[in-house]
Design a protein around this ligand. Structure first.
Ligand code: ADP
Length: 435
């Protein structure tokens, strides 16, 4: 095309020159031919210059009306645009993948076959204390020095993850780490923080051990008495002794029953969703609790009741009744004869409500207070058992409080007494409708 156009242009000038030669004489003909070719050459050079200028920055559109260059520039520009589009798409895809790798809840580190760090995500930085770009190219084993990981990294392949305890700064974590080979001679290290899972597992194991221990003691006593009764000839025991044995056996059985009942309550609280809140008529509920407490105290304590009858709660009646009774029972249990127990149910100025049980009992040392709501935690195991405690009452109460958006607060001083309070937020509190 380009060649044909050039031939046609030269032919055009030749015809015009021949015409001038015929009309104006020979010299004019040659002069016109020369002038024509010069103009054509200059015009082409000007276009070539524009094209050369464009070639320095080919992302812009090519110069318009570039004459014969149009045939070269148009496909070239199309190709360049296609390439640029592909590059943008690849860059977007790459950025998307990097963002996804950054957002992973696990740590990810890419390494070469000598375990030199290439890249890592944010979580891996936290888990392993890596810094990029400073640590790029460093050997991972210089930074993760746990011997078990060094040994693991030397394996041929890594079908299983390993657990490594890592301390970064002041934080110690238990990490599950797994190496994987990918692409050609690349390695990927995945790290997962399993500190919480391990804690839960330990709590679960401790709980099972505690339950077994708590039940084993009364069971051993019970079995001992049963064996004695079975092996002793009837006449070897007096009627009174037999009665005494049976009473003790009954006590142990009751203790087991109390533990099992509390365990069932806890497990129900943990496994059931929060009950739909209903109006709980606190005046009636507290009245029942009052009668039970008076019966339990049997006149050994001075009981004072300061109850605002105009305040009700939104919640689950059976749960609230259990929490309220637990605190009262503890006050009676841990307050020696002659002590005072003051029970308050009151609306608070900011709209919430507080139930509190204050006693002048044995009190609790400050170091025990944060642990009182742990299952089976008791300040004095023997004393708790002697008064029929299971060690689960406050764990249950705390759970119930949480299910009612309430807060269980404990203030105590050894030898002076304790105050246990349940603080309910304003949206759980309603005016009583009892006329
Ligand atoms: P328990 O069944 O042993 O009473 P709780 O979970 O109700 O179990 O209480 C845990 C421990 O907290 C008790 O063993 C006791 O040491 C202590 N405690 C609870 N309430 C009081 C209180 N009012 N005064 C003194 N100590 C208390």
């Amino acid at each position: 095309m380009i060649l044909l156009r050039t031939i046609l242009l030269i032919a055009l000038w030749a015809i015009l020159a021949a015409l001038a030669q015929w009309l104006l004489g020979n010299p004019m003909g040659w002069a016109l031919m020369c002038a024509g070719l010069t103009v054509t050459l200059l015009a082409r050079s000007a276009r070539q210059q524009r094209v050369a200028r464009w070639a320095r920055n080919p992302e812009t559109a090519p110069p318009a009306a570039a004459g014969p260059w149009d045939d070269i520039l148009a496909p070239l520009y199309r190709y360049l645009r296609g390439q640029a589009r592909q590059l943008t798409e690849s860059r977007d895809a790459m950025q998307g993948m990097l963002a996804a790798a950054q957002a992973l809840p696990d740590g990810a580190v890419t390494l070469n076959q000598d375990l030199q760090i290439d890249w890592c995500n944010r979580v891996a930085r936290q888990h392993l204390g890596l810094r990029l770009p400073a640590d790029r190219g460093s050997n991972l084993l210089n930074l993760v020095r746990a011997p078990e990981f060094i040994e693991y990294s030397r394996q041929e392949d890594w079908p299983e993850p390993i657990l490594v305890r890592m301390a970064v700064g002041s934080q110690e974590r238990l990490l599950m780490m797994q190496l994987t080979a990918y692409a050609r001679d690349q390695r990927l290290l995945i790290t997962r923080d399993v500190t919480q899972i391990e804690k839960l597992e330990t709590t679960r194991r401790d709980f099972v051990a505690n339950v077994s221990h708590e039940l084993r003691t009364p069971l051993t006593v019970l079995t001992g008495f049963l064996e004695t009764l079975r092996e002793m000839p009837d006449e070897a025991l007096t009627r009174d002794q037999r009665g005494q044995y049976l009473t003790m056996m009954h006590e142990q059985a009751q203790r087991m029953q109390a533990i099992v009942a509390d365990l069932l309550t806890l497990s129900t609280l943990e496994s059931s969703p929060n009950a739909e809140p209903h109006r709980v008529r606190m005046a009636a509920l507290l009245q029942t609790a009052r009668q039970q407490t008076e019966a339990l105290s049997a006149g050994r304590h001075a009981l004072t009741w300061q109850l605002d009858e105009g305040v009700d709660l939104l919640g689950a009646e059976s749960e609230l009744s259990s929490a309220i009774s637990n605190l009262l029972t503890n006050a009676v249990r841990y307050t020696p004869e002659g002590g005072t127990i003051t029970v308050r149910w009151e609306r608070l100025p900011e709209g919430g409500a507080r139930y509190s049980v204050q006693d002048t009992g044995i009190g609790i040392a400050a170091r025990h207070i944060p642990r009182l709501t742990e299952r089976f935690y008791r300040v004095d195991r023997g004393r708790s058992r002697a008064v029929g405690g299971t060690g689960l009452g406050l764990a249950i109460t705390k759970h119930i409080a949480m299910r009612h958006d309430a807060e269980l607060s404990i203030a105590s001083e050894v030898g002076k007494g304790s105050t246990f309070s349940l603080l309910f937020p304003p949206d759980r509190v309603v005016e009583s409708d009892a006329g």
